[in-house]
Design a protein around this ligand. Sequence first.
Ligand code: PMP
Length: 311
Amino acid sequence: MIHDSILDCIGRTPVVRLSRLFPTGDVEVLAKLEFLNPGGSIKDRPAKHIIEQGLRSGVITSRTKLVESTSGNFGIALAMVSRIYNINFTAVIDPNISPANLAILRNLGAGIDMVTTQDSAGGYLNSRISRVAEIVAGDPDAFWINQYANELNQAAHYLQTAEEIIDDLEGAPDVLVVAVSTGGTIVGTARRMRREYPDLIVVGVDSVGSVIFGGPPGPRRLPGIGASRRPELIDMGLIDRVVHVTEPDCIAACHDLLTREGILAGASSGAVIAATYRLLPLLPARARVVTLLPDRGERYLDLVFPAIGYS
Ligand code: PMP
């Protein structure tokens, strides 16, 4: 099959049974390999959906300058989609960005706007959002994607990710375990899957130090999971249980995925596996658990896999 562009290679990711980590007979854990998306992560889906819907509705045109506060997967995905549609895209980033991600963004042709003023809490989120507001206020062609509030973020998962999961599973799952940052993945997949499987238990996985589900703010080093404010997209009516995971637990679970299943995945994939370990004693015998592995491990070799890293 010949595709017209790399964007046609987004989605239709495979599902793998993690039977070496979770011996069948106990529970069945099925993982959707979102890291196989061409930009390397689950964020390819909302980037493509938001830009294509914007072009279709006329909200985005060839003159539009897209802006987003992002230094990770979503920035790379937006830069990739913007290349194909020849749209101007600027990523508002901060000094914590990894050298690899900065290089990828630059080479994909994204504009880079680095904020350097720290918030009172020590992070850069407020500075980045103020900078985005400044850019948008000063340029009528600028358009803020706003992944934390944009309904099209969750719609990408409602329409595609969840639909694919339903197609792939033979029979109903009991539990859906999802790593949360903007909430796009959990809200979109849970909303669609609950229609199909009304008894589905939906578990959100957050990192210790993130404030999405309450709890005290604290330092967080692992990218992708968690947030320093509650995203507008989060719908607590869809989430039955929240599991907070520590960074050492995420890293240990990433190592388990690699050494037992041969899967080199990022920190939030470790997070959902660590959360699943914690859920095991609470699950009925032979429960079917579905989860998503959001990104690859290669970009975190120093942070998550120092034993095989470059440093
Ligand atoms: N894992 C990784 C690696 C991510 O980049 C993200 C998005 N920041 C998530 C999980 C969480 O996805 P969402 O924003 O849809 O909640």
